[in-house]
Design a protein around this ligand. Sequence first.
Ligand code: COA
Length: 211
Amino acid sequence: MQPIHQPESSARLSGEPTVHASASVVNSHAGAWTSIGPGNKIIESTIGDYTYTMDEVTMNYCEVGKFTSIASHVCLNPVQHPMDRVTQHHMTYRRAGFGFAATDDEEIFDWRRDNRVTIGHDVWIGHGAIVMKGVRVGHGAVIGSGSVVTKDVEPYTVVVGVPARPIKVRFPAETAAKLLQIAWWDWPREVLEERFFELSDVETFIQKYGG
Ligand SMILES: CC(C)(COP(=O)(O)OP(=O)(O)OC[C@H]1O[C@@H](n2cnc3c(N)ncnc32)[C@H](O)[C@@H]1OP(=O)(O)O)[C@@H](O)C(=O)NCCC(=O)NCCS
């Protein structure tokens, strides 16, 4: 047996988004300390500071908050085809590529833009989860591996399954309310650095900063 030499697993991030060379990103924005993983496909989305995506994540027309963790093979907003047309094949709207018209049918793309997915701050989205069109996921929520989320998710709530249903909350309601009020995700970097080690104990954290 030979030792396996692993490349460095967590390269230092920075104020600029770190995007893996194999990712495809179109008309999107990302904040500081963000990382976009291998094989991602991101279209017309905004990704908040510190949020990261693992491998093969697909994201279409999304607003993603800060400090959100997105596992591999997650799909946020799989786009819809027009089921009411004679054919739902994409030639009716990607018609230029097929030589049927000079331009594509923007109506379909605008319809998709109108059904954005919104993910809050500090959300954890498990492996292979899918979040369907128009869904809003609250701050601090958890989406279990393999879930298909079809309805909005309340803050600090854990949802699992197909379709995803709430199974528990991360914290009692008063604690969650305090965290939402503190909104630590909006602290400037220097404040975060100063208080960084306090993030691991929720009780003392809300006693100190919960007002
Ligand atoms: C959702 C999750 C956080 C819950 O973890 P937990 O609090 O330890 O929950 P438990 O394992 O005690 O499970 C609680 C119940 O939910 C069910 N459950 C847990 N995760 C589930 C999932 N992803 N899909 C469907 N059901 C799930 C369990 O079967 C159990 O059901 P029961 O009460 O009928 O027995 C965890 O299961 C999960 O999916 N984590 C994501 C992991 C991941 O994808 N990581 C990627 C790298 S970041």
